[in-house]
Structure formats: C-alpha cells, structure tokens
Ligand binder design. Sequence first.
Ligand code: URA
Length: 443
Amino acid sequence: MLAYRLIERKRDGGVLARHEIRELAAAYERGDVADYQMAALLMAIVLRGLDREETIALMESMLESGARLDLSDLGVGRVDKHSTGGVGDKVSLVLAPLVSSLGVAVPMMSGRGLAHTGGTLDKLESIAGFRTELTLAEARSQLGRIGCALIGQSREIAPVDRKLYALRDATATVESIPLIAASIMSKKLAEGLTGLVLDVKRGSGAFLPDTARALELAELMVSIGKTHGVPTVALLTAMDRPLGRACGNALEVEEAIHTLHGEGPPDLIQVSYALGAEMLVLGGAASDADAARRMMEVAISSGRAAEQFRRIIEEQGGNPTVVDDPSILPQAREVELYTAPRSGIVAQVEPRAIGRGIVALGGGRTRMDDRIDHSVGFVISARPGDYVTAGEPVATVFARDMAGVAAGMAALSEALVIGDEGEIPLPLLSHRVTAAGVERIDT
Ligand code: URA
C-alpha cells in the first residue's frame, strides 16, 4: 500500500516525506515492493523531479543500505574521481595510477558501460586476468599496500542503488538529475573519501546534454558532498565529440597506457591534468593546481605513473607486461580504414553514434548479461574543425568479422559529418563548481 500511495502522490506532483522514502527503500531491498511499482515511481520522479530534501533522503537510504570503507588509518588523503559518462573517456585509467603515484590514495569505484557510454570496469577487464570484483576487505588491504584499488560496486556497497540502477537502465529512467545525483553520491560517500572530483559531461553525447542541466547536477552533487563532510569539486567537460582518439575497451586501455608514457592525445592530457590537479590539491599532496600539474608531468616523464599502473595490474591479477607491450591486449580480427567520403571541414564527430556503433560491434551491452568483445571499436583521427580531402583515411574500424566492419562503417558515416563549414565545438573545460559557487574556466 505504501508504494501505491507514494507513486500516486509523486505522479500528481506531491512531495514524499523522508521517512516514507526510507521505508520504501528498505521494503524494496527486502523484496516487499515489486519492480513494476518501483519502475512506476522512478518514471514519476523523472517527470516530476525530487526536491533537495527528497534527493538527500533517497541518497542516504541507498548509502545506509550497505557497508562503508573505513580508510581513516591510511594516513593520507583519499580522493576518487567519477565521470557522469562519456564516449572515449579513459581518464580514470590515467588518473588512478598517476594520482596514486603521488601520495594520494585513490579508492576508485567504477561502473560498466551504460547505454552508449563506456565503463571503466569493462575497459580494465580487457587486461587478461584483471579482477575488478574485490571485496571491501581486499580493496582496503590493497589500498594500504599500494595506495590504489580499482573496483566495481560490490554487493556490499549501496545495494539499493545497485538494484535501482539495473531497473533504471531497463526502464528509460536514467536521465534524471536527482536520480543520477543520489546514485553517484551514495556510492562515493561509502568510499571513506576525504575529497571527491566529479567530471560532469555536457554536449550531445552526455546523459544531460544541456549545459544548464549539467550545471544543476554538478551543483547538487557538490552540495551533497559538502553536507556529508566530503569536499567535492566538479568540472564540466565537453562530450560533443569523443575524448581522445580511441573508442572501445582494449583500444582505450592502449591509449591510456600511451598517455602514461607521455604520448597521449592533447585533449585527453588536458582533461586528465585538470581533474588530476583537483585530486592532488583536495588530497593535500599539492598546494595549488600549478604545483599539481608539475608533479604530474614529472610522474609521467620519470616513468613513476606507468610503474604504478604495473603494480595495480599485478595486485589485481592481470599481466603487468601490458604497460610495456599493449599489443598483448585483445586484437580485433578485422581492421579497416574509413576514408572521408568528400572534401570539407569536419563539422561533427557525434559521440552517441560512435557509442552505439561500439555496442553494434559487440563492445557494449544491450542486456546486462551480454558478454562483450573487448577488442572492437574505433580509432578516429579526424577532429571537429579539421579540413579533410575526399579519400583521406580519417578513422579505423576494429571488428570481429565483416558484418562488424559494415556496422562500424555505417556508424562512422553517421557520426562523422563533413561539410563546407565547421561548427564551433564546446570548450573542453568550461565550468568549475565548488561549494563557493560556479566559475567559468573556458579552455
Ligand atoms: N552513474 C551512476 O553511478 N549513476 C547514474 O545514475 C548515472 C551515472
């Protein structure tokens, strides 16, 4: 009866009390509320919203449904970075080893691919043997030994979010500011952090493409972090084109490894340094962003960041040789060049079409239990604003068979728009959101 009354009230634009949200979450966890009722409530929330009190009540119900990591005895700052989801976004693979090599512990809890966006766990599992399903006790002891653990949301952390997240993925109820904020923050606040950095994407490939909505999400998460004693900084970054050149699990691991060796694409380096600087300052290892940047440059040029990635991979059961020889990653059977169909200016590289193309190639899921092919994807060398001539290679498709090549070519011809005039891409980094307010940082 409780669920029915709450669905009805939210459908009609009413407000749910804190104790009602808590009771409902507990009943859902016990299995006393059916998925179809919860799905109806989620849709009512997508359409009607939640106010701040309701959002915090939902977030706390999810947080308290599980365990928390107590890392207070590590003796160093503990900072995670979380992205709201993008295409080609391999920043976590760069930052976890880079920042943890500089004296800040990084308990990084990531997710799997969702809709057209990629997931760090899927990317890491391109490395043969790499275990992402660590228990909290294992993660804790690894953090003590090497200052970093790359884990998935285990059954122990925010189990109500885990259940709701799968339901949202299947019922078109992901795109809601309060639901995204409550979901992300319930997991992040369980990690025992002393600081949190959020990469909030905007642009056509983001879950919330509109800048005003992305900013609203960023401000809500920053304020939830503050209320719960975890200083939180959010940067708005562009997702109107993929980040870097590689899109697809193993291909992105390879690009992240090149970046750790100092040979990454400029946009990936710029976003990684901006987020990494926030992590190092929040973690108490750097006095300001300029000092943090210099520390990161040295960690990369000296090989220290790459060495830390080897240690993380070894600890988690993978083959660390991959850091020196990425060719041991899964390799696609078919590799074909895509050439520009006409001369002109690249007006768009549309990330949703690329993300959907990866799913069509078998590199993402249409159902939660789908097995994915880590080897497939795209490397796209053309950037918005580039002039290209007809017949010039602008991208490569990596597929498991010729049907995959055809699907990949179709995705590229949809994604890569070449015209007589370019479109002005979004600035890579545009806003910095802290508890003190919003700052424009267009670069
Ligand atoms: N990532 C999450 O963890 N939750 C969401 O709702 C969206 C992105």
